[in-house]
Design a protein around this ligand. Structure first.
Ligand code: C5P
Length: 288
């Protein structure tokens, strides 16, 4: 018996770093939204935990988040049964798309059943938070407002009527370094779901008000990322932004053809791209 899973990437729609906390993390306020780009994972019962990955960037050893997720499930269930994890990476690594986090969440949700057991949602959430701040979001499909260090989640309906073009320039950005460089606003969290709902029919509002606080410090470290963001706007995007702490930059396009033409131009320059169609929801989206 084996199971095959698709672990979708996310983008951040607005991201506010509010304050540094005594535990070294930062309180933030962001919306996370799935895009049509996914890793493929297979799980097969085995004597021990192993990870085989196609990616040269991702490690298949004990530091891999999938390995660590499987180990936490093993410990929680009090079992020595293992799993062979096959990981086909399509989501660029270190790109602000949550690829490793999505993979780990897929292992947390699917592995207990494969081992003939069940873990309550609250336990999965606790294990996910231990592994990383944005992993709890990936336990469920859909769009969510994330606060706290990213683990306090409110899912809400958001239909994005735009084609989303992702550009992956392949510049690794360290999340920890980006947090060190960002200046927390100290402000109250803004109403991102309200802004986004209004902005879906008024992209000018998004350009004015939907802000990612990582852009100033990350663009200062990597000016080519600002050029890429501005390039998306020149190519016809009605909104463009860095996702997370980068380095992926995305744009919203009203015409799919315009987005596809821009994608071809960047691909010809060696920049990887991916397209998400309008109204995209991954299969099973919204399921608890
Ligand atoms: O939780 P995670 O391992 O993904 O975070 C990586 C690093 O990013 C943390 O060690 C911390 O430096 C920083 N971080 C933060 N505030 C958050 C999330 C992450 O400062 N809310």
């Amino acid at each position: 018996m084996s199971v095959a899973l698709r672990a979708y990437a996310k983008i951040n729609l607005g991201l506010h770093v509010l304050r540094r906390r005594p535990d070294g993390y930062h309180d933030l306020c962001t919306v996370m939204h799935r895009v049509d780009l996914a890793d493929e994972i297979t799980l097969e019962p085995a004597d021990r935990i192993t990870v085989e990955t196609t990616s040269r960037e991702a490690q298949g050893d004990e530091t891999n988040l999938c390995f660590r997720a499987a180990r936490l499930v093993q410990q929680e269930l009090g079992t020595h049964n293992g799993v062979r994890i096959g990981l086909l990476k399509r989501i660029p690594v270190g790109a602000g798309l949550g690829g490793g986090s999505s993979d780990a969440a897929s292992v947390l949700t699917a592995l207990p059943a494969l081992l003939g057991a069940q873990l309550p949602d609250a336990v999965l959430h606790r294990l996910a938070s231990r592994l990383g701040s944005d992993i709890p979001y990936f336990l469920r499909r859909g769009t969510a407002l994330a606060t706290g260090r990213g683990e306090i989640l409110q899912y809400f309906d958001l239909d994005v009527p735009f084609t989303i073009l992702l550009c992956h320039p392949g510049i690794p950005v360290s999340t920890a370094k980006a947090y060190q460089a960002v200046r927390p606003s100290g402000a109250a969290p803004p109403d991102l779901p309200g802004l986004l709902r209004r902005g879906m029919s008024d992209p000018g509002l998004l350009r004015r008000e939907l802000i990612n606080d990582f852009e100033p410090p990350v663009f200062a470290m990597h000016p080519s990322l600002r050029e890429l963001r501005d390039g998306l706007l020149h190519a016809g995007a009605v909104y463009a932004s860095l996702t997370g702490s980068g380095s992926t930059v995305y744009g919203f396009f009203t015409e799919m053809e315009t987005a596809a033409a821009a994608a071809s131009r960047w691909e010809a320059e060696g920049i990887r791209t991916s397209l998400t169609p309008p109204h995209f929801h991954p299969a099973g989206d919204g399921a608890a």
